[in-house]
Design a protein around this ligand. Structure first.
Ligand code: AHR
Length: 787
């Protein structure tokens, strides 16, 4: 018999769970081009440029091939362009006859992935520059030139014309090439050379990679946030610039007419996966669309549209709503209909800004909010709460959301598992009558089971917190050969894809979200295990990439004063240990950054860094002043190499300026003063490992009761689960359980090492004795059966 009981009050609905768990797609890590977007040709319109990436040029991913005696010349031109948006095209001149000369594309990763028997759809714009009718040959080939399929095409037009062909590959080869060659002399202009598998997600043209899209669809997300992330708000303010902020109108129309753009993650984006496609994908997988628009402000480079020039940006927001929801008779609704979707997309949510910091954003947000609400009062607007879990910019975001009446506010944090364990009840007391929380990006720095397990426990808290409305893990997708950011939820290359442990946790929570949260009472469980923050350890000056003069260093440690002296931090020099601390201390110093060291490139964005509570290179606390592009001041905790920014405020260090600084630790409180003002301050919370994290909900249509339980501890927990009020009939119980050692993870080699295991049982009456194994997530779905 168990001492502990979990009572699910099946008649006591606590809050609607609404659209709680969704996904966030951002085109980083080649998530779109070379990822979800099924185009197999890289640089299809010869548009790559050093503006996208220093190594890029118009022929990136293309080779010139000259077989046998065949000779050719290739160059990129732009004076008779096919479309004003698309300047470049290739001129191919075959100069000497032979087995074939021309170009070939190497796709992404190891090449163009070909499956034996699969159909591929080729298209290309071309015009003949010389007389004659000799064909070009389009081939699927191996890297060595073995032909898997070939189609002759006669380019008969002297003006731009689209040509197409279909291939069936005779071999499976993941390093394939697409080759365009001619055997006889000719001269051609070529543009927009494209190859898609015929078997895209839902068979759509200009479609999505089926394997990746299906993994997303299988999650059953309630919403899709897109298209970023930093992608949205990093760039120039001129929408015509290649490097502009993400402007949705650039992504409409025929894919071949969309302008080439730099992706701010350091590559090129074709925009072939554009707003229309995002809306269609969201609809296809049953997720509500949740677009994010820039607000005429780039916080990374402090580019700011003057308030009196904000009108086009506001128009972008209003037009987007019309594009999504307007009738086909409206201007933007007509564009949607023209693209193939006369019915509205039913947009409910719109985010303005991403991880915004600084007053200029919030000044502009208020204008957006007022204007959008005046026209579309029912659109639920999402404000932005900085990239930090606390601090001045986080507070500024919340104040703006409250002042403006934003329905939601977007919080982001990437923190250690220990941070999550210390913050399980972060939202418990938040007033449900204020702005709701949209946790738009979070992750615990890892794809091991231990990470996913802690995230699962945290998600129980998200379900239960009255004010949390939406949440999505980030980032979603990563092409393993083009990593901008990790961890990520789903990994892929050109022919394989696997979900991480985190993916399977997210999927379980989405598929078994339920519609209403039920009251869950827990009794008789063991006490939580509390692990206090340990602030003892080494104290060091750690600036190693900037030239900073530290002077008048002194420390008061447990009431004793000691003068330390001066220290000059120079690039490349190792850190300087001041002492070991145990107990309270205040470190005082002045800091002055060299006049030669203001630009980020010169100093790696580093200013003052003092580490304290140092245990080793992977475990310490840090006070940073003038960090991240010389924009911020942080208190950071690093545990097992995984950082958590505990708090932040804006701060830039001027060169040749002396700052008087103080770092104090008093019990579990850490605060830093600059020029005698407290700039950042935090309480280092203990990790609390509760005996079991449990939530329950009901799915209204089926009447199924869903119970989720996470055991983060090392011992099995047994409990009597009582479905109070569910009657005395029989229940079929679907059991989905994940139980692994904390270090286990999935990989291309073992893609399903960590995944839910399914079983079913039958129980009679309202009680069910359950054992929750160590380090496990259990999802129980009780279906009432009429006998
Ligand atoms: O998810 C990766 C990045 O993290 C996002 O672009 C940004 O919003 C955050 O900083």
């Amino acid at each position: 018999m168990c001492d502990a009981t979990i009572t699910v009050q099946t008649k006591n609905r606590v809050k609607p769970l609404g659209d709680l768990f969704g996904i966030f797609f951002e085109d980083l890590n080649h998530a779109a081009d070379g990822g979800l977007y099924a185009e197999m040709v890289q640089n299809r319109s010869f548009a790559f440029s050093p503006a996208d990436h220093p190594d890029y040029h118009a022929m990136t991913a293309w080779d010139v091939v000259q077989r046998g005696k065949s000779l050719c010349a290739c160059h990129v031109e732009s004076h008779t362009r096919r479309h004003p948006n698309n300047p470049n095209y290739l001129v191919l001149e075959v100069l000497q006859e032979g087995p074939g000369a021309g170009i070939r594309n190497s796709g992404y990763n190891t090449g163009i992935p070909l499956q034996q028997g699969a159909i591929y759809c080729f298209s290309m714009y071309a015009r003949r520059l010389t007389a004659g009718e000799s064909p070009v040959y389009i081939r699927l080939e191996s890297m060595e030139g073995t032909v898997y399929s070939e189609v002759p095409l006669t380019i008969d037009s002297h003006g731009w014309k689209q040509y197409g062909a279909q291939f069936i590959s005779t071999a499976t080869d993941f390093s394939g090439r697409l080759t365009v060659i001619a055997r006889e002399k000719l001269s051609l202009a070529i543009d927009m050379v494209s190859l898609f598998p015929k078997d895209t997600f839902l068979g759509q043209e200009n479609g999505l990679r089926k394997d990746i899209a299906q993994m997303l669809a299988d999650m059953k997300p309630k919403f899709l946030r897109f298209p970023g992330g930093c992608l949205v708000h990093d760039g120039s303010l001129d929408e015509k610039d290649r490097t502009s902020l993400y402007r949705w109108k650039n992504t409409l129309g025929r894919p071949e007419d969309r302008p080439p753009k730099r992706n701010s993650w350091g590559y090129n984006q074709t925009l072939g996966l554009g707003y229309y496609e995002y809306f269609c994908f969201a609809e296809a997988i049953g997720a509500k669309p949740l677009p994010v628009l820039p607000a005429g402000y780039d916080p990374h480079h402090k580019r700011i549209v003057p308030l009196d020039e904000l009108e086009p940006w506001i128009a972008d927001a209003l037009d987007l709503i019309e594009f999504a929801n307007g009738s086909p008779e409206s201007k933007w609704g007509a564009k949607r209909a023209e693209m193939g979707h006369p019915e509205p997309f039913g947009l409910e949510y719109l985010a303005i800004g991403n991880e915004e910091v600084g007053e200029p954003f919030f000044e502009r947000y208020a204008v957006f909010h007022r204007r959008i609400k005046a026209r579309y009062p029912d659109i639920r607007l999402i404000n932005s709460a900085s990239p930090f879990a606390a601090g001045s910019e986080y507070d500024r975001g919340w104040k703006s959301a409250r002042d403006s009446g934003s329905e939601l506010i977007d919080e982001h944090y990437y923190c250690s598992p220990e941070w999550f364990l210390a913050n399980m009840h972060r939202y418990d007391q938040l007033d449900a009558n204020g702005p709701g929380v949209f946790l738009g990006e979070y992750a615990s720095w890892g794809n091991q089971w231990g990470n996913a397990l802690v995230e699962a426990a945290y998600m129980i808290g998200l379900e239960k917190a009255p004010a949390v409305a939406l949440a999505c893990y980030a980032p979603l997708l990563c092409n393993a050969d083009y990593i901008n950011w990790k961890p990520d939820m789903i990994w892929f290359d050109n022919h394989r894809v696997y979900g991480t442990a985190n993916y399977y946790v997210q999927k379980l929570f989405m598929k078994h979200q339920g519609d209403m949260l039920l009251q869950t009472d827990m009794e008789g469980f063991a006490e939580p295990v509390t692990i206090p923050a340990d602030l003892t350890g080494g104290l060091e000056i750690c600036t190693t990439y900037a030239r900073v003069a530290y002077s008048e260093i002194s420390i008061n440690h447990n009431g004793q004063d000691r003068t330390v002296g001066d220290y000059e931090a120079v690039e490349g020099k190792t850190s300087y240990r001041i002492c070991e601390t145990s107990g309270d201390f205040t470190l005082r110093f002045t800091a002055c950054k060299s006049e030669f060291c203001n630009a980020v490139s010169e100093c790696g964005g580093q200013g003052v860094e003092i580490r304290f509570a140092i245990k080793d290179a992977d475990n310490y606390m840090s006070f940073i002043l003038g960090g991240w592009q010389n924009q911020d001041c942080f208190i950071r905790s690093v545990i097992n190499g995984r950082g958590s920014d505990l708090t932040q405020s804006l701060f830039s260090m001027e060169p040749s300026t002396v700052y008087s600084c103080e770092l104090s630790v008093m019990e579990n409180r850490v605060f830093c003063k600059v020029n005698h003002e407290v700039l950042v301050e935090t309480i280092c919370k203990p990790q609390i490992l509760e005996p079991l994290y449990v939530s329950s909900g009901i799915e209204e249509a089926s009447g199924d009761i869903i119970v989720k339980a996470v055991n983060v501890r090392e011992h099995t927990v047994s409990a009597m689960l009582r479905l109070s009020g569910s009657g005395h009939g029989m229940h079929k119980v679907d059991i989905h359980q994940m139980r692994y050692a904390l270090h286990e993870e999935n990989s291309f080699e073992e893609p399903e090492r960590v995944k839910p295991v399914y079983s079913e049982e039958w129980v009679t009456g309202e009680t069910d004795e359950r054992r929750f194994p160590p380090h496990s997530l259990t999802v129980l779905r009780y279906q009432k059966t009429e006998l």
